[in-house]
Design a protein around this ligand. Structure first.
Ligand code: PEP
Ligand code: MG
Length: 592
C-alpha cells in the first residue's frame, strides 16, 4: 500500500512556513537528520561476537591512522605555516588513536555493554565531547571539535558512515533537518528521498541548487522545524508555496492528490516541447544547457534535452571522500560525461570549494569570512597541483569530445593570466610526455560572478575564450547578501538594477571582443528571466535539467525585438519593484 492511500492517524497537524527553494509538492515519511552529533544505529551483540567486534574496531583505528598519514603527506604541499598548523592537528588526532582514553573506552564498551563498534564510538565520543566542551580553557574546549571529527572518521571507516545514512533511507522519505550541507544533498537518491525541509539555508545556497537539480521539492528557513518532531510522521513538503505540513488532515491529503494530478498534466504538456528547437518566434537560437554536480546527472540532462553541459561543478567530485581525486580518476569521470554528451560541449569548472561548499579534504571555510576567503580559483592558485591536475584531466578528456574549462570566482585579470601560464605548461608537458591531447588546448573561460570582474569584463573578455555569468554569486556579492542565510533571503534579488546592469555590461563586453557569453546562475533556469537574458543578447543558458523545458517554452514565446525593448526599458529603472512589474507584464502578454 502506498503512503498516500493509507488512513491518516489522529496526530496533531502542524503547518510551518519557510522559503520554497525547489518547486513541487511531496508527501512522505519524516526522517529527522541530526547534525553535529554522530548518527549511528546501536544494536546488541551475541557474546561470541564480541572479540570479533573489538578486532573490527582495531582495524578501523589502524585504517584511520593510515588515512591521517595520507592527509599529512598531502598537507606538506600547503604553504609552510598552513602545513605546520594542519600537521599539528593531525598529530593530535593520531595521538588520540594510540591506546588513549578514546580507544580504551570504546573497547571497554564493546566488551562490557556488548554493543556494536559504531555505537560504542558514538557513546565514547559524546562523553569526551561533553567533557571537553565543559572546560574553561578555550583551547581545550575547542578540542571537542577534533574529537568529533575523529569519531566521524572512525564511524566512516567502520563502514557505517554518517553521510551514507541517506543512501539507505526507505522510499518516500522526507528529510527534516536543522541544516543540510551541499555534500549531504549530493548523496540523496531521488528514488528514495522525495523532499526535504531545513531550519537554515537560503534560496541560492548550493543545497537548494542541488534540490532543484534532483527535482526534489524543498523548503528552507523553517523556523522551529526540528523541535518536537517525531521521525516516522507523515509530512507534506510544498516547495512551491514554502510550506511544511506535519501530520496532514484528510483535506490536505486530498489537496496534495489534486496537485499531483495537475503536475502530471503540466509535465506531459511540457514534454511535447522536447523534440522542438529552442528558438525565439523570430528564429533566434538560444542553446539550453545543463548544470551538473556529479557525472551521474549527465543522463537526466541528456533525457531533458540539454544541448551540452554548461557547468560541471567539479568541487562535488571532492566531497564525501577522504582522498583528493587524481588526474586519472578525474579524466575517467570527465571522459564518461563527454562520451555521454556525444559531441555536445562539456564545460568543466575547476574546483570551487569554499563558501557553503566544503570538503573535508581542504582546510577552507575556517577564515573569518569564508565566502570571501581562500576559495575557488584563489585556492587553486595557492595549490597549483590541484589546478594542474584538473587542467590535465580536461585536456585528456577533450580527445573524446568538445570540452571547455571554466575558472570560478575570478576577480582580477592577473588570476586569468596566472592560470593561462599553468594551462600552457600542462598542455606542453602532456604533449612532450606523449599523452594524447588535441591540437589546441580546450577553450579557457572565466566566470563573471564577482562585481569587480563584471566591471572589468571588457579587459577579461579580450583574454578569455568565453565568459559565463554566475548570477548567484554576482547577486550575493553585489548586494552583500549571503545567498545561504535565510534571514536575508527576502532581500536577495537578481532583478536588482545593479545586478542587471552588471549582467548587461558583461554581455556588451563579450560582444565587443567576440567572446561568447552564457549565463549559468539560477536565473538561467527561471523562465521569468528568459526575456531579459535573451533581450541582452545571451545565446546560451545553463540550468538544472528539470527547468529546461519550461525555459524552452518561454524562449519559443519571445520575439527578440520585444525582448530588446524590455531590456532598454528595464535598464532605465532604478527600482527593483518597477523592474519586476515591467518583466511580469512582458511575461503575462506571452502566456496563452
Ligand atoms: C553562480 O555563482 O551563479 C554559479 C553558477 O556558481 P555556484 O552556484 O556554483 O556558486
Ligand atoms: Mg558561484
Amino acid at each position: 500500500m502506498k503512503i498516500d492511500d493509507q488512513p491518516i492517524p489522529e496526530l496533531p497537524t502542524r503547518i510551518m512556513h519557510g522559503v520554497g527553494v525547489s518547486p513541487g509538492v511531496a508527501l512522505g515519511i519524516a526522517y529527522v537528520h541530526e547534525t553535529g552529533g554522530l548518527s549511528v544505529v546501536e544494536y546488541c551483540l551475541p557474546a561470541d561476537r564480541v572479540a570479533e567486534e573489538v578486532e573490527r574496531f582495531r582495524a578501523a583505528v589502524q585504517g584511520v591512522t593510515e588515512d591521517l598519514g595520507k592527509v599529512r603527506d598531502e598537507a606538506r604541499r600547503l604553504p609552510e605555516q598552513a602545513a605546520e598548523e594542519v600537521s599539528f592537528i593531525l598529530d593530535a588526532h593520531t595521538h588520540m588513536l594510540q591506546r588513549s582514553r578514546l580507544v580504551r573506552g570504546v573497547e571497554a564498551l564493546i566488551a562490557g555493554k556488548r554493543i556494536n563498534a559504531e555505537a560504542a564510538v558514538k557513546r565514547q565520543i559524546d562523553d569526551l565531547v561533553a567533557a571537553f566542551s565543559a572546560m574553561e580553557d578555550g583551547y581545550l574546549a575547542a578540542r571537542a571539535f577534533d574529537v568529533r571529527d575523529l569519531g566521524q572518521r572512525l564511524v566512516r571507516r567502520l563502514g557505517h558512515e554518517e553521510d551514507a545514512t541517506f543512501a539507505d533511507l526507505p522510499r518516500q522519505s522526507i528529510i527534516l533537518a536543522d541544516e543540510l550541507t551541499p555534500a549531504d544533498t549530493a548523496q540523496m537518491d531521488p528514488e528514495r528521498v522525495v523532499g526535504f525541509a531545513t531550519e537554515f539555508g537560503g534560496t541560492t545556497s548550493h543545497t537548494a541548487i542541488m534540490a532543484r537539480s534532483l527535482g526534489i521539492p524543498a523548503v528552507v528557513g523553517v523556523s522551529g522545524l526540528t523541535r518536537s518532531l517525531s521521525p516516522g510522521s507523515t509530512v507534506i513538503v510544498d516547495g512551491t508555496e514554502g510550506r511544511v505540513i506535519l501530520n496532514p488532515t484528510s483535506e490536505q491529503m486530498a489537496e496534495y492528490r489534486k496537485w499531483r494530478a495537475a503536475a502530471l498534466r503540466r509535465s506531459r504538456s511540457l514534454n511535447r516541447l522536447r523534440s522542438l528547437p529552442s528558438v525565439t518566434r523570430d528564429g533566434y537560437r538560444v542553446a539550453l544547457m545543463a548544470n551538473i554536480e556529479r557525472p551521474e546527472e549527465t543522463n537526466p540532462a541528456v533525457l531533458a534535452g540539454a544541448e551540452g553541459i554548461g557547468l560541471f561543478r567539479s568541487e562535488f567530485l571532492y566531497m564525501n571522500r577522504d582522498t583528493v581525486p587524481d588526474a586519472d580518476e578525474q579524466t575517467a569521470m570527465l571522459t564518461a560525461v563527454v562520451e555521454r554528451m556525444d559531441g555536445q560541449p562539456v564545460t568543466f569548472r575547476t574546483l570551487d570549494v569554499g563558501g557553503d561548499k566544503l570538503s573535508r579534504l581542504f582546510e577552507v571555510g575556517a577564515g573569518p569570512n569564508p565566502a570571501m576567503g581562500l576559495r575557488a580559483v584563489r585556492l587553486s592558485l595557492a595549490r597549483p597541483d590541484l589546478l594542474r591536475t584538473q587542467f590535465e584531466a580536461a585536456m585528456r578528456a577533450a580527445v573524446r569530445g568538445p570540452v571547455r574549462v571554466l575558472l570560478p570566482m575570478v576577480s582580477s585579470l592577473s588570476e586569468l593570466r596566472q592560470c593561462r601560464v599553468h594551462y600552457a605548461e600542462v598542455f606542453e608537458s602532456l604533449k612532450r610526455a606523449g599523452v594524447k591531447v588535441g591540437d589546441e588546448p580546450p577553450p579557457l573561460g572565466v566566470m563573471i560572478e564577482v562585481p569587480g570582474a563584471a566591471l572589468n569584463a571588457d579587459a577579461i573578455a579580450r583574454e578569455a575564450d568565453f565568459l559565463s555569468i554566475g548570477t548567484n554569486d554576482l547577486t550575493q556579492y553585489t548586494l552583500a547578501i549571503d545567498r545561504s542565510d535565510e534571514q536575508v533571503s527576502h532581500l536577495y534579488d537578481s532583478m536588482h538594477p545593479a545586478v542587471l546592469r552588471l549582467i548587461h555590461f558583461t554581455t556588451e563586453a563579450g560582444r565587443r571582443s567576440r567572446a561568447p557569453v552564457s549565463v549559468c546562475g539560477e536565473v538561467a533556469g527561471d523562465p521569468r528571466y528568459t526575456g531579459l537574458l535573451v533581450g541582452m543578447g545571451i545565446a546560451e543558458l545553463s540550468m538544472a535539467p528539470p527547468n529546461l523545458l519550461q525555459v524552452k517554452e518561454q524562449v519559443r514565446r519571445i520575439e527578440t525585438d520585444a525582448a530588446n525593448a524590455l531590456v532598454r526599458a528595464v535598464l532605465r529603472q532604478s527600482d527593483g519593484e518597477e523592474i519586476r512589474r515591467l518583466v511580469a507584464e512582458f511575461n503575462a502578454e506571452r502566456e496563452e
